[in-house]
Design a protein around this ligand. Sequence first.
Ligand code: CA
Length: 227
Amino acid sequence: MSSDILVVEDEPAIQELIAVNLEHAGHRVQRAHSAAEADALIREVRPDLILLDWMLPDVAGTVLARKLRADARSKDIPIIMLTARAQEQDKVEGLDAGADDYITKPFSPKELMARIKAVLRRRSPQLTDDLINVDGLQLDPAAHRVMGGGQELRVGPTEFKLLHFFMTHPERVYSRMQLLDQVWGDHVFVEERTVDVHIRRLRQALESTGHDRLIETVRGAGYRLHG
Ligand code: CA
């Protein structure tokens, strides 16, 4: 499992320790030292997960968490709060602000990795390496392989991510903008019709086994995987 993680932490030693451990585990890391810096980075590239320190030099981490939750583009990004506070009331406040989990300093890198994995599995199953089956179509993220009725299907890298997202979120309609957020991440300069191009390619890739019928167009709304 490899994801883009934004670490928002103003203490250089802790920032470095976390970043090194994340990179060692195969993640790509971006660093911010204040809420303002984090906000600017998130506008450019949508991270898969944010590790957010509570005590930042400009505003509290909880303030940033609330702001991200209120914005359509960032409301679905999983957030884990990092803090030295251990009181029950603070935990409630952190979770109220929209954090998915909460980890108290000092923590072991092993514990942090386990929490990240658990949050991603729950919130972003398309980022995990779990094998998925939908109606005879099998997607293996670790091997980067798609099988339909025992036959390997050739799927391009973007179509693979798109299919992975759909297969982990069946029966829900996603707009083009939502798909850009979830699948492309960095989409500031990507047009919505790009989604249609890749949907077309994906359907072509699935045609030989008839699995193209799984990808439904919902008029005026977007696309859905019929599971
Ligand atoms: Ca701090």
